[in-house]
Every structure is written in C-alpha cells, then in structure tokens.
Design a protein around this ligand. Structure first.
Ligand code: ADP
Length: 398
C-alpha cells in the first residue's frame, strides 16, 4: 500500500487529496483559497470530519508547509516519511510529454519552457512542485499532464491551417485539455460495459466534460481521437466565462476599434465572455437556469447557445468516430444539470439518440431510452484518482 498526495495548484488556490493506493481511499482532501491575498481559507474533509479556517498565510510554500505540519498533528499520517509520492496536475505538456513522468531538474526546466503555451497555468504548477519538493525531499514527485491523453490525435485533427513557418516556430497545434478527466471517463465506461458483458476493444465513446471549463473528447479503444479544446483551453465549446470558438477576425477588429491591448483582449475572451457575457447574470449554470425557468430572454439565449454548441460538437465527434456506443456527461454541469442534458439529447434526436426523461431527472447512470442507438450515461469524473493511479504506476515502475 502507498500513500500518495495529489496536488492541483492554481494561481490563487491549491487543491489536495491524500490517498491510500491502490485502494483509492481518501484520507483527507481539501483546498487553500485566496493564496496571495494576505490571508487564505483552508477547507478540508476526511471521512470523520470537515473544517474551514482562515489562516494568516500568504504563499503557496506557506500553505504546503502548514498542510504537512497539520496532517501529522491531526494524525492523518504518523510521519511525513509515510508519503511515498506526490502527483502534480500539470496543465501543458506540449509535444514533449505524452505520459506522466518522474520530476527531475530537466523535467522542471521543460515544464517551465512550455509556459509560453500556458502562461497562467504552468508557472503556478511549477510553484506547487517546488513547494512539495522542498518540504518532502524524500517523496517522489510525479507530473501528470492534462494534455498527454490527447497525444494520439492524428495530424488531420491537430494541425491548424496556418503557414508552416509559424506552426513550426511556435509549436502551434491542437493539444487538447481535460485529458486526465476524459481518460478517467474512458476507463469508467470500459468497466461499466464489461460489467454488462458489452465491452469491445473498439468501443466508441464521446465524453462531455462540462464544468466551468468545458470540452468534448471522441475516444476509440480508450484513446483520444479528437477533442474540442486546442492550443489553449479557450477553444471549442462556449464556457462559463470563455468564449470558445469565435470568428478570429473579431480580435483585430475589437483591438483596433477599442484600442485594446493583448492583455485586455485575452482577459475579455477568457474571463468576460461565454455564459456570463450572454446571460449577463452569472457564469454559473445554476443561476442562469433559475432565470431561464422565469423566462429571462438573455438566460434563454445563453442556455440555447451553450446547448447548440455542445450538440454540434457531439455530432462532429460522432463523425470523427464513425459511430457511437456511449455518450457520457460529466463534471459540474454534466453531472448535475438535468436541463442541459435533456436539451442536448433532444437536439440529437436526428442522429438517433433519445433521452429517458425520468431516468435523467432521477439521476440514474443510464439516461437513454430503448429507441436510442447508443447508450447515454452520467458518470462523475475523478481527476484525483486518475492522477493517483498514474503516480502509483510510475512509483511501481521505479
Ligand atoms: P471546474 O471547471 O471549476 O472544475 P466544475 O466541474 O466543478 O468546474 O463545475 C462547476 C460548474 O458546475 C458550476 O459553475 C455550475 O455552472 C455547474 N453546476 C454545479 N452544480 C450544478 C447544479 N446542481 N445544476 C446545474 N449546474 C451546476
């Protein structure tokens, strides 16, 4: 048995989970929020307790040091030497990292060099890695990349129709994200189908990860064939605050007319667009749904646009796969919004996909009806378990 920490470091937050592997038992999980603001909030849950406190701490390193002292004091571990490995979610692995790897100085340098592709993610991931390497020098640090699962995409899916000189100079191509989640969903579907005696090695699955960030992945035989995000997580579906795909000419037009800087434009596309911009209410589907049911025109438009883009992307994924066995909804919206699932599936009737509305409302695993040409499932994602599994595999191979 091994104890593995799973770490997801963001610019102002640090999510963690300590697990016993391979049993997948969570010992403690939680989050530090408002890092950098002067005081931070520390929330955690274990099987026996829940707590939330404000701490007079500022940096990622201080949060990590606090956490490691805390778990010994509270006897979640007897000593830090019990922690065998730390699995870090790293957002961008570029073309260099197609699998999880042990972190060495060389790997750190390469992750740092890839920061130009993910400036708001890779530098903070490195901060998390440095903080844990410093505090736990005896534990093996492992990097698990959100892009790696999509390394199986063929050139016809990952190439942008731009001049070769720029593509080559800047490694411009579709990388795709949410790979850890889509990989986990692929495994869960395979297990579900095995349990039903319906597993085949060319299983065609479309995974819809619908959270604040949202992406769709077409998978065959457990491998990524195509996915909706691109060089960055801004591409593809309309999201909570991200525009997703829009006519690229809008960028130079707006920048010129409004005298916007590159940073202004990047902020508009990533933080001021999507569901928030259209609904003019919130980025959160729960709030938009309330207004939708009250007939608010902007909420109706936002939900319709969100649903249309999802349905269109499912349809194009179906073409990429040449068929479909299982359509999956996952992440915050996919797991919880009866309305979004219902509307998306209703749009797909022309492709032979049909919802069982009462199964959908009751939160059952399978929500298709007997007429549907493919199964439709709601499966909770668990990126932490996937990272812990990949970290364990690396530790076991050393
Ligand atoms: P993240 O991308 O931040 O990990 P999550 O997968 O946690 O996001 O999804 C968060 C989003 O899920 C919320 O912003 C909200 O839009 C949506 N959500 C959560 N619960 C519900 C619910 N009960 N009904 C509808 N939407 C929900």
């Amino acid at each position: 048995m091994k104890k593995i920490f799973v770490i997801n470091a963001g610019s102002s937050s640090l999510k963690f989970q300590l697990l016993d592997m391979p049993q997948e038992n969570s010992i403690i999980s939680g989050i530090f929020e408002h890092i950098g603001a002067g005081t931070m909030q520390f929330k955690w849950t274990s099987y026996r307790q829940k707590e939330s406190v404000i701490l007079p701490l500022c940096t990622h390193q201080e949060a990590v040091d606090y956490l490691l002292t805390y778990i010994v004091e509270k006897q979640f571990v007897n000593s830090l030497d019990e922690i065998d490995g730390v699995g870090h979610r790293v957002v961008h692995g570029g073309e260099l990292f197609t699998h999880a790897v042990c972190i060495t100085d060389d790997v750190m340098q390469k992750i740092e060099n890839l920061s130009f592709l993910a400036p708001s993610h890779n530098p903070v991931n490195i901060m998390g890695i440095k903080a844990f390497s410093h505090a736990l020098p005896k534990s093996q640090q492992v990097a698990v990349f959100d892009t790696a699962f999509h390394h199986t995409l063929m050139p016809e899916y990952y190439t942008y129709p731009l001049p070769a000189v720029y593509r080559e100079r800047y490694a411009l191509r579709k990388y795709g994200f949410h790979g850890i989640s889509h990989h986990y969903i692929g495994q869960q579907v395979a297990e579900l189908m095995r349990a039903q005696g319906e597993w085949r090695d060319d299983l065609k699955v479309i995974s819809c990860h619908l959270g604040n960030g949202a992406s769709i992945c077409a998978m065959r035989n457990g491998q990524s064939i195509n996915t909706s995000m691109g060089l960055t997580p801004l591409a593809g579906l309309m999201m909570g605050t991200r525009s997703g795909d829009i006519d690229p000419s809008i960028l130079p037009f707006l920048m010129k007319e409004e005298q916007l800087s590159i940073d202004d434009m990047t902020d508009i596309l990533n933080k001021q667009s999507g569901l928030l911009a259209v609904s003019q209410i919130s980025h959160d589907v729960r709030h938009i749904q309330e207004a939708y049911f009250n007939g608010d025109a902007d909420a109706v438009l936002a939900i319709s646009m969100f649903v249309n883009r999802i349905a269109q992307t499912i349809a194009s994924s179906l073409i990429d796969l040449g068929g479909l066995d299982v359509l999956v909804f996952t992440a915050g919206i996919g797991e919880n919004s009866v309305l979004i699932r219902q509307l998306v599936i209703e749009k797909l009737a022309c492709l032979g996909l049909f919802v069982n509305s009462s199964a959908n409302e009751q939160g059952q695993v399978f929500i298709h009806n007997e007429k549907s040409c493919a199964k439709i499932a709601v499966i909770p994602t668990n990126e932490e378990i996937m990272i812990a599994q990949e970290t364990l595999a690396i530790l076991s191979a050393i």
